[in-house]
Design a protein around this ligand. Sequence first.
Ligand code: GAR
Length: 210
Amino acid sequence: PPRVVVLISGNGSNLQALIDAQSHDRLGGEIVAVISNEPDAYGLKRARDAGIDAVALPHREYDSREAYDGALIKVIERHEPDVIVLAGFMRILTPRFVQRFLGRMMNIHPSLLPAYQGLNTHARALEDNVTQHGCSVHFVTEELDGGPVVLQAALNVADDDSIDTLKQKVQDREHLILPIAVQWFLQGRLQFSSQGATMDGHPLPLHGMR
Ligand code: GAR
């Protein structure tokens, strides 16, 4: 089966969604390794519990971003992945790293891109009193959170939503869309170009989940 490497930094709830999809034959591939830059990430335990190779690669042990990303490339390539999934991997990537995996690396981001690139997306959305918020899966390019969008899920923001309630609602959707996007990719249905992604030749993102 196609090989999936997942990069995480924390809880790993999106990793869990990928693990669960795989166990229900809905991933289209096998998660062969989970790598975390945070050695205490709970997601590493999720990986081990699922019998997946769990690798801690602490960024604090490297002098520079270039040195770390070079080490990360080596660990990833040892596992010969078909796709690399960033599932809550909270690091900015060097151009060399991005170029190495261009067109076969996807990220889940907690906003309806291109809105709210970067951090603290839920707080900023609430601050702006938006009525719609959500999450996006996109191909990773050198532009931070700026690569071609593959799939999004939108939700209505309620008057009484807090950062925590909104985060929970968004993450529930993340867990739905991330495995779908990975499965599409591994089925060969997604085409990457810097102009935008397509599925079966149709421009993405679709808006069916809004
Ligand atoms: C997710 O909500 C993901 O969208 C976000 O981190 C969380 C990780 O949760 N990613 C980013 O903000 C990327 N800049 P998880 O560890 O439980 O999957």
